[in-house]
Design a binder for this molecule. Structure first.
Ligand code: AHG
Ligand code: MN
Ligand code: MN
Ligand code: MN
Length: 342
């Protein structure tokens, strides 16, 4: 495709904004800063062992109790540096920062909050399997905007339905940025020569039906009965109650699973289980479940705790974990039905 026929991310954002003549352009500038952070992370990831970026950050444990990888820390830093100066943000929160990040006083403060998982699937870095970054943009509470005060965790505790935008970058065989600003889901591919994202997948739709599911089966002894039932029925194949064979995938990078599901359908489960009573699920509500949930719903899919839509959950803490099921609508609805049935 020649350059003249291509749409850059910048052009796409400007054309979207024309639908809202009152918009100031701050929001677009913010998304472009996020995209720049993702491009910088993509470069770091691409250098791999040659860049000296693989392996663990020695002795460093994040608030989740996970050992941080060097690239978790580098990616977090790139997100912070790319986004703190622009004047669009009132604050940030990240998987890799225990507390919310306040915009330093040398920079102006703005009206948005940025929440992110700087590197998702970081257990896959050292084995050169796809990883990604996930982000969510919220509006800061009005008193934060009016006063310019420091942000607190409470300012971020907004249900997913209040997200203004969400997206992810996938550092796979090619680097992609997938974005929703509430007008469908659109995918951009990074042209590595120009360092520019171009619209390659406009209006992504998740097929409503699927024969592919994704779950970490090593946890099966901890699953609740509705999840056991769902997976057993998939495994039973053609002669079982579903009357068809299923295929299974598990990458252990949620962002890569979400992308596969956007491209060809499927269902992903990391459900609430009984493994560790202090952890009601594995994935984090604010920077994993909510952004992916918003994207799925905007693409005609569905995202749920198994019991209620993920986007309606009122968060209670910044790093809260939650059971998550998302993907092809009819499968997610079936799983929700199994949770309601005795
Ligand atoms: P992160 O690397 O941001 O901590 O997230 C890892 C998550 C998610 O990407 C993936 O689906 C899941 O952890 C994998 O969990 P298992 O190790 O249980 O398979
Ligand atoms: Mn982690
Ligand atoms: Mn993650
Ligand atoms: Mn992460």
């Amino acid at each position: 495709m020649s350059l003249a026929q291509r749409t850059t991310l910048t052009q796409f954002l400007i054309e979207q904004r024309r639908r809202f003549p009152s918009a100031s352009g701050d929001f677009n500038a913010l998304v472009l800063d996020v995209a720049l952070a993702c491009k910088a992370i993509a470069r770091s990831v691409a250098f791999g062992a040659l860049g000296g970026v693989l392996g663990a950050q020695s002795g460093s444990i994040n608030v989740q109790g996970e050992e941080q990888k060097k690239l978790d820390v580098i990616s977090n830093e790139l997100f912070v540096r790319a986004n703190e100066w622009g004047g669009h943000l009132a604050g940030m929160a990240s998987e890799e920062m225990d507390e919310p990040y306040n915009i330093p006083s040398i920079y102006p403060r703005g009206k948005y909050l940025l929440v992110f998982d700087p590197l998702d699937g970081s257990s896959n870095i050292d084995v050169n399997v796809s990883v990604g970054s996930i982000f969510s943009i919220l509006r800061a509470p009005q008193d934060v905007i009016d006063s310019g005060r420091d942000v607190t965790a409470a300012d971020f505790l907004q249900p997913g339905c209040q997200q203004l935008a969400a997206g992810y970058a996938l550092y796979g065989p090619s680097t992609m940025l997938v974005l929703t600003v509430g007008t469908g889901v659109h995918g951009f591919t990074l042209d590595p020569n120009l360092g520019e994202f171009f619209l390659s997948h406009p209006d992504i739709r998740v097929p409503e039906d699927t024969q592919e599911f994704a779950i970490n089966a090593s946890n099966s002894r901890f699953w609740e009965p509705p999840v056991k039932r769902y997976v057993d029925e998939c495994l039973a194949g053609k002669t079982g109650p579903r009357g068809k064979d299923f295929n299974m995938r598990w990458i252990a990078s949620m962002v890569a699973e979400a992308h596969r599901i956007l491209m060809r359908g499927g269902v992903f489960l990391y459900p609430r289980d009984t493994k560790d009573p202090s952890k009601p699920g594995r994935l984090r509500l604010l920077y994993e479940a909510n952004p992916v949930g918003f994207i799925m719903e905007q693409a005609g899919g569905r995202a749920s705790t198994g019991r209620e839509p993920i986007l309606t959950v009122q968060p209670t803490s910044l790093h809260q974990r939650i059971g998550l099921v998302f993907g092809s609508k009819n499968e997610v609805e079936r799983i929700e039905r199994y949770h309601r049935e005795p």
